[in-house]
Design a protein around this ligand. Structure first.
Ligand code: SF4
Length: 76
């Protein structure tokens, strides 16, 4: 999984969800919640020590653990 290609922020679906590899750059987004990032998102399936990991929304790609997108949902 680690070797899967990184999700391109310019991918049409990524772009539609305002995906960024750095959650800090999402702070101006109206749906951004303080402290949210891929690593604490319910759709993230990477291990905590990984810098990139799989996301349920983007099959066959890996997303940045420090990233963010508008579909962020608190990990349960
Ligand atoms: Fe990151 Fe969650 Fe968006 Fe996937 S759904 S890109 S893990 S914020």
């Amino acid at each position: 999984q680690d070797s899967a290609p990184h999700l391109d922020p310019n991918d049409p679906t990524a772009k539609a969800l305002a995906y960024t590899e750095d959650a800090n750059t999402a702070k101006g987004n109206p749906v951004y919640k303080e402290g949210s990032a891929c690593h604490n998102c319910n759709f993230y399936k990477g291990h905590t020590e990984m810098t990139y990991g799989p996301c349920d929304l983007f099959p066959s790609k890996v997303v940045s653990a420090k990233g963010w997108c508008a579909s962020w949902t608190k990990k349960v």
